[in-house]
Design a protein around this ligand. Sequence first.
Ligand SMILES: NC(=O)c1ccc[n+]([C@@H]2O[C@H](COP(=O)([O-])OP(=O)(O)OC[C@H]3O[C@@H](n4cnc5c(N)ncnc54)[C@H](O)[C@@H]3O)[C@@H](O)[C@H]2O)c1
Length: 439
Amino acid sequence: MQKSSPIKLSPAQALQGTRNVQLAESNMAPLMRIRERFTKEKPFKNLRIGMALHVTKETAVLVETLVAGGAKVAIASCNPLSTQDDVVAYLTKKGIATYAYKGESTKDYYRFIKNVIEFKPHITIDDGCDLVYEIHQHNAELIPQILGGCEETTTGVVRLKAMEKDGALKYPVVAVNDNKTKHLFDNYYGTGQSTWDGIIRATNLLIAGKTVVVAGYGSCGRGVALRAQGMGAHVIVTEVDAVRALQAHMDGYMVMPMNQAAPLGDVFITVTGDKHVIDEQHMKKMKSGAILANSGHFNSEINLDALEKMATAKKEIRPFMTEYTISNSKKLPNPKEGANLNKSAKVLYVLGEGRLINLAAAEGHPSEVMALSFCGQALAAEWIAKNQIPKRTLSNAVYTLPDSVDVTIAKTALTAFGVSIDTLTAEQKAYLSGWKEGT
Ligand SMILES: NC(=O)c1ccc[n+]([C@@H]2O[C@H](COP(=O)([O-])OP(=O)(O)OC[C@H]3O[C@@H](n4cnc5c(N)ncnc54)[C@H](O)[C@@H]3O)[C@@H](O)[C@H]2O)c1
C-alpha cells in the first residue's frame, strides 16, 4: 500500500473503505452520471487538483470522478476529526495521495495541507478556505499556475469574500456553497439530519420532550431546528438577523437571546459560522447536565477556552462526550472514578470537542445529499478549466455558477431518483413573459 498517510493502514480497512465507497456510489447517481461524461471528455487532462475536504466515502466518489476526468488528485482533510480512516486506506490503495487521519493534531493538519500545496495544484477544492489561505500566506509563488478554486461551505465563502474585498484574493474561486442545489439541500437536509445523527451517536439521548436551543437560523439552523421539532423537542432559536428571527418565530419556534435561552436549554447546537456564540456568561447560566454541540464549520462557536478555565474537573464520559465540572464547588477528589456524586457540582457536556458534530461523531451528510453538492464541485472545477484554458478569462473574484448549472444538477438528480415534472406550454411561456394579460 502506498505510504501517503502517516497512519498504519490495514488491508481490512481498505476492504471496509471499498464497501463504503461502493455503497456511497450506489446512492450518488447524479455524480456518477457526471463521472460517465468526464470519462469520455477528460476535462481535467494534464491538470492537478489539490483538495482539502472531509475525507469521507462521498468525497472518495468525488475524487474518483475527477480522476475519471483526467485529473491527478492529492487530498488532505479540512477538519482534524472528520476523516474516515477506512476511506483513507481505500484512496491510498487506489494510488491517490491522501494525507489525513481521524484525530490528527493541529500540526499534522497543517502539514497535510502543505503536502497538498507541494503537489502544485492547478485547481484547488476547499471546505473552509484553509487551503486557499495557506497558499496565499505561505506559497504565493504557486499562484500564477493556479487556474482557480472551488469552495464548499458558507464559512469558506465568507472568508473568500473578505479576501476579495481586501484585494487579497489572487485567483478566481467558485462559491459552490451558493449553488441552490448545494445550500438548499446539503446545509438544510444534510446538516439537519446528520447533526442529530452525531448528537445521538455521541449521547444516545432521547430528544422528545427536551428543550433544544439552535443558535443561527440560516440554511443549516433551519434544518437542525426542523428535525429537532420532528423528534418532539421544544425548540428555541437564537438569531442576530431580524428577518431570520422573524421567520423562526413564524415557523413556530420560540425566539430569544442566548442569555435568556441559556437557563432553559437541555441541548445547545451552534450553526452560525460565528465566534463565541455560546460564551462564559451563557455557560454560567446553564443548568447542570446541559449538552453543548456545534455543527458550524470551525470549533470557535462555543468558547471552549473559557469553559476550560471555568472547569474544576474534566473527563471523557464516552467517545465524543466530555464532562466539565464548572460549579464553584471544590475539586472532585478523583475525577477518573465513576459518576459525579457531588450534588452541588454543576456539569456541562461538550460533544466532539466543539468540532462539527455530524462529522466528528457520525459520518457527515448522507450520500444522496452529498451527490448534489459534489456535482456542484465537479461542474465548478470543469467550469474553471473551460474558462481558464487556453485563455484565462476569469478575474480574481468569488464567482457563483450560472443558474443553468443548478438546473442541470437538479434535472440529473430528478432523473436519477425517477421523478418527472411538468414543462411549460407555449401558452404559459407567453403568459409568464408578457405584461398585457390581467384579470
Ligand atoms: N456541519 C456541516 O456539515 C455543515 C454543512 C454546511 C455548512 N456548515 C457550516 O455551518 C455554519 C452555518 O452555515 P449556514 O449555511 O447555515 O450559514 P447562514 O449564513 O445561512 O446562517 C448562519 C446564521 O447564523 C446567524 N448568526 C450569526 N451570528 C450569530 C449569533 N452570534 N447568534 C445567533 N445567530 C447568529 C446569522 O444571522 C445567520 O442567519 C457555517 O459555518 C457553515 O460553514 C456546516
